[in-house]
Design a protein around this ligand. Structure first.
Ligand SMILES: Cc1cc2nc3c(=O)[nH]c(=O)nc-3n(C[C@H](O)[C@H](O)[C@H](O)COP(=O)(O)O)c2cc1C
Length: 359
């Protein structure tokens, strides 16, 4: 029976444990999306994770709508990621990067006033900081044309190629949390009547095309995907979420991916949606990573029950760079300072110390 400390074969990698670092946007790249030296330090501090899934990283300039978030569409950005890959590998870690396009959540302030793009003409609920102000409300996005969809697929493919050329071990396609791929998948945000909308199969077409393109470019063993069937980020929902995401994982079976990463609501969210991980597990043939709100005990139980092959941790990795050692030695965990999640600079980022150094 597997424990959190049992090695795991993931694609062609052998992970030293099943304690995965979840992708965490931290806003420490430059204004131009170039990953910083600080990011290399931060990720290398966390290299004892079985696998680091680095933060959401834009595949194109028109997909980047988070202040100081990284990108992977310029040579300088690729060089920044190369330094991160080297730093993590020097510490014997493994690292994927999560690739996103933010779709309708990209405020025009990020793209010289251009309108954001999405599956349909929609305005999502929410605000984000932009280069021109805090808490700026999302504006109306416009539907991508079929030709533009093909170009967006190509952006994912090119960013994946850059990730591998930078020396990263693989990519996670961000199909969760209400961003572009999710905007196509769910019926509240996809009102298209062409081959990319309508039935579940058609709404999943964009996801399939991105996955197929990226797998062809870098090899399916280097590709994971993240889904969040039961959250309603930015007001996005699906009237048949159970069928939609069961269909999604059945379609993903065809690709022989490195893994599918399922994000469920936090237990504290009080969501009344069905907990889908068991159903998705039944329908998906490959490795499944579970996430949200796990502690060591719940994670160990999930592995024991065969619910997941590995568990990812977000907040615990922010404040505990040595999370694996803390689990192993039963050391209590430090709490993350939420006021520093996205603030530039080292504070609340690289200054969380391993337990032995905090005394
Ligand atoms: C500061 C912060 C940044 C996050 N950034 C991302 C991200 O870039 N991509 C993503 O898929 N999820 C992101 N998430 C969600 C986490 O990956 C994870 O799903 C969430 O923290 C729940 O897991 P946990 O209970 O172990 O923290 C973020 C969460 C936090 C708190």
């Amino acid at each position: 029976m597997s424990t959190l400390f049992t090695p795991l074969e993931l694609g062609q990698l052998l992970l030293k444990n099943r304690i995965i670092m979840a992708p965490l946007t931290r806003g420490r790249a430059g204004a131009d999306g170039v990953p910083s030296e600080l990011m290399a330090q931060y990720y290398s501090q966390r290299a004892t994770a079985g696998l680091i899934i680095a933060e959401a990283t834009a595949v194109s300039a028109d997909g980047r709508g988070w202040l100081n978030s990284p990108g992977l569409y310029t040579t300088q950005q690729q060089q920044g990621w190369q330094k991160i890959a080297q730093a993590v590998h020097r510490n014997e870690g493994k690292i994927f990067v999560q690739l996103w396009h933010m779709g309708a959540t990209v405020h025009p302030d990020f793209v010289q006033g251009q309108q954001a793009v999405s599956a349909s003409n929609i305005t999502l609920n929410g605000t984000l900081a932009t280069p021109l102000g805090r808490d700026k409300k999302f504006e109306a996005a416009r539907a991508l044309t079929p030709t533009e969809i093909t170009l967006q697929v190509q952006n994912f493919v090119s960013a994946a190629r850059r990730a591998i050329d930078a020396g990263l071990d693989g990519v996670e396609i961000h199909a969760a949390n209400g961003f572009l791929i999710d905007q196509f998948t769910r019926d509240s945000s996809n009102q298209r009547t062409d081959e990319y909308g309508g039935s579940i199969h058609k709404r999943l077409r964009f996801m399939r095309e991105v996955v197929a393109g990226v797998c062809k470019e870098i090899g399916s063993h280097k590709v994971g995907i993240r889904l969040s069937p039961t959250n309603n980020t930015w007001g996005i929902s699906d009237s048949q979420y159970s069928q939609t995401f069961t269909t999604a994982v059945n379609q993903l079976n065809e690709f022989n991916l490195a893994y599918v990463h399922v994000l469920e609501p936090l237990p504290s969210d009080g969501s009344n949606m069905q907990y889908l991980t068991p159903l998705l597990r039944k329908n998906y043939n490959g490795l499944l990573l579970a996430n949200a709100g796990y502690n060591q005990q719940r994670a160990s139980d999930a592995l024991k029950q065969g619910l997941a092959d590995a568990v990812s941790f977000g907040l615990p990795f922010i404040a505990n760079p040595d999370l694996v050692a803390r689990f192993k030695n039963n050391v209590s965990l430090s709490d993350a300072d939420s006021t520093r999640f996205y603030t530039p600079g080292p504070q609340g980022y690289v200054d969380y110390l391993p337990a032995k150094e905090t005394g």
